[in-house]
Design a protein around this ligand. Structure first.
Ligand SMILES: [Zn+2]
Length: 260
């Protein structure tokens, strides 16, 4: 009887330890869906090995996906020149979201309906996965963080933005993307939040390295096959994914592909 009780106690301790270990693992690991989602993989592979000059800088990748499920573009934030023919120019460089929109507009001019998917690295080994915002006991939804892009999304009547969360892609309608970005922006202005890092889930370095290694091993042809199961792709998108095999496409090369 005593032995049985002791055994039960030991089993319970073992069980609790395993449970907290598993929770710890979950909390510190990059979400598993990222390893299987062909769109996330295509976007991340494209920026997984930034040039040396960009180390520790934020870098994002973006796709314009129509409401019919056609991927019109894959882009990243990059420097652009005045007379290159982009629909929107935010300054000396465009954010990934607006590059995706500009390229989509070049490929399919006119009124395009769809969502801009965006994902990226906050620094070399930190991936930006939006976390739920908690204010007191009130758990709010994940927020978009860029008012500049959100305003353009509303202005050009794009349906919205899709952001990566712990559970997968989350679509924010244009108005909501702007409202959440404004709430983020106001906090920054008031000094309550100093960076996007506070808006992101925290992952262990090992787990981000694991994802980056997975990206390295992911073959572009395989990625294209996986994407084609869910989306229609144009030749520009196929070319970009193939060119991103080494984890980065230079601005010069990128423009050569999309501007032809
Ligand atoms: Zn932006």
């Amino acid at each position: 009887m005593l032995l049985e009780l002791l055994f039960m106690m030991l089993f319970d301790i073992f069980h609790q330890t395993m449970k907290s270990f598993a929770l710890h693992e979950i909390n510190n690991s990059v979400p598993m869906w990222l390893f299987d989602d062909p769109l996330a993989l295509s976007l991340l592979k494209f920026i997984s090995v930034p040039p040396k000059s960009s180390k520790n800088r934020e870098i994002y990748s973006s796709a314009f996906v129509t409401t019919e499920g056609k991927i019109l573009s894959i882009a990243r934030n990059m420097q652009i020149l005045k007379n290159e023919g982009w629909k929107i120019r935010q300054g000396y460089a465009n954010h990934a979201e607006m590059m995706a929109y500009c390229v989509a507009d070049l490929v399919t001019p006119g009124n395009i309906q769809g969502y801009i998917y965006v994902i990226g690295f906050i620094s070399e080994n930190e991936i930006f996965i939006h976390k739920k915002k908690t204010i007191g006991d009130d758990i709010k939804s994940e927020r978009f963080t860029c008012t500049l892009c959100a305003k353009k999304v509303c202005e050009h009547q794009i349906n919205g933005i899709a952001i990566p969360t712990a559970m997968g892609w989350k679509k924010l309608e244009a108005k909501n993307a702007l409202a959440t970005a404004q709430s983020f922006h106001n906090e920054v202005e008031n000094g309550n939040n100093n960076s996007r890092k506070n808006e992101s889930l925290n992952f262990s370095n090992e787990s981000v390295i694991k994802l980056v290694n997975h990206l390295k091993k992911t073959n572009p042809k395989k990625l294209i096959q996986l994407l084609e199961k869910n989306f229609e792709l144009n030749q520009t998108v196929v070319k970009i994914i193939k060119a991103a095999n080494d984890g980065y496409v230079s601005t010069k090369n990128y423009k050569k592909i999309v501007l032809k």
